[in-house]
Design a protein around this ligand. Sequence first.
Ligand SMILES: Cc1cc2nc3c(=O)[nH]c(=O)nc-3n(C[C@H](O)[C@H](O)[C@H](O)COP(=O)(O)O)c2cc1C
Length: 484
Amino acid sequence: MTRLIIGAMVRAIGAYPSGWRYPGAHRDPRGDAAVLRRTAEVAEAARLDYLFFGDWLATGHDLEFQDPYLVARVDPLSAVTYLAGLTRRIGLIATANTSYADPYTLARATASADLLSGGRAGLNLVTGAEPRVAGNHGRDFHEASGSRYDRAVEFEHVLRCLWDSFEDEAIVADAAAGVYLDPSRLHRTDFHGAQLSVDGPLNVTRPVQGHLPLVHAGSSPRSKLFAAQAADLALVAVTGLEHAVAVREELRSLAFESGRDDRTLKVIAPVLPIVGDTREHAQSIADELSELVQIAEDWPDGPPAAFPANRSLAQLSTLLGVDVSALSPDRAATSSLVAGFSGAGQELVEIVAERTGRSPSGERPPTLRHLVVAASVTASMVVGSADEIAAEFEAWAEAGAVDGFNVLSAVQPAQFEAFAFGVVPELQRRGVFPTEYEGETLRDHLDLGRPENVHVTSRDARFRPVTGRDGVGRRAFERGPRHP
Ligand SMILES: Cc1cc2nc3c(=O)[nH]c(=O)nc-3n(C[C@H](O)[C@H](O)[C@H](O)COP(=O)(O)O)c2cc1C
């Protein structure tokens, strides 16, 4: 039976550019503590596997228009530690940027989060795509992808060595004998690589889970190789079901080529469901959200300098093959106008019809604004009733496209609650998502075993970079048979 992994990608003011403008939406990040608490309570009541917190280490006015949640947000590890004390069962995954983080500090904070949550912490390692981060961390420039991934490879190795500093039996705590520590079970890291140098040992005992489940999010060839070799969950950007099938197969075969049991790599896709009582209701929500997205033409004298170039009638004209730049954004895209559109333009009209229920020949045709928004907001959306969305999730799982989803919510808290209390029970009714938490730890929820201590097995402790199919990989193992 298919068993989906489902986590919530928490974005406190919503994960759609205009979500914060929707009636009743949470919109002031100064109130995030209450929203995070409520989100965690709802997610745990729905038995979601984890809450996932992304990260972005810089801010600026431009982000207001691209991705308003990136403007101001709580640090992800702080959110995880806060929620560790408020929840009992749900996993809590924080993002860290390996290009800028200090491995000893991160190993210490994450091992602590795992201990404080009873084994429910996870860590998403990214190398970062935002160049402004460099100046916030005393660097002259953001390193190129190759160098960032070289560092990420060393980083992951060092993290595991540091987490394993204490063997599970290292703290003896024999009060009668006066023996606190077995020093033979405390291990130095002694890693001195091209980019990182760490002595160790870590001054936190081994995490409850041994190693926190590692997530990696990216899309380049080096990113895929890193995910295949180092991650338990690969968070991928996919354009549709067929693309997802291909990406999952590629990642799993890379994992196999790296000598790993490829079934232990779970491929997770982000998805943004718009949930309504009926399909028409969901479409009316998606329609209102589209209408609330600002486009360049909303400023008669031109948009702010940082406004995204692709959110304009000028850019849409290129895609449509028809110059609509002098028209009003509220001009209806009627059948006669649409007839002149390019193939890509016609496809866009179909996407808008599916999402909003508006068709060129109908009573309420889409407007040019709807088309600009559909072309420029790239979130992977599915619009419908709870049952329709659950059916779509199930179809993806059965096609071998994903092992699970990271669910984004356009409007907080309403859309998240509609998902948790509407779609999740439908998935449970279909038997593709469990109704109860069984194990205690995040690794249990993800069906991952507890790893051995690298200092005891010593195999992983030897760091040997090797050349993989798409670049420099981590290390070579004996290859076992590939499982079906
Ligand atoms: C689904 C998804 C989520 C991501 N989340 C984050 C994030 O929260 N913070 C971040 O710095 N980068 C994030 N990234 C960016 C990647 O880490 C990556 O650095 C970026 O896409 C550049 O591509 P590359 O690393 O594959 O070269 C995400 C990427 C994907 C596909």
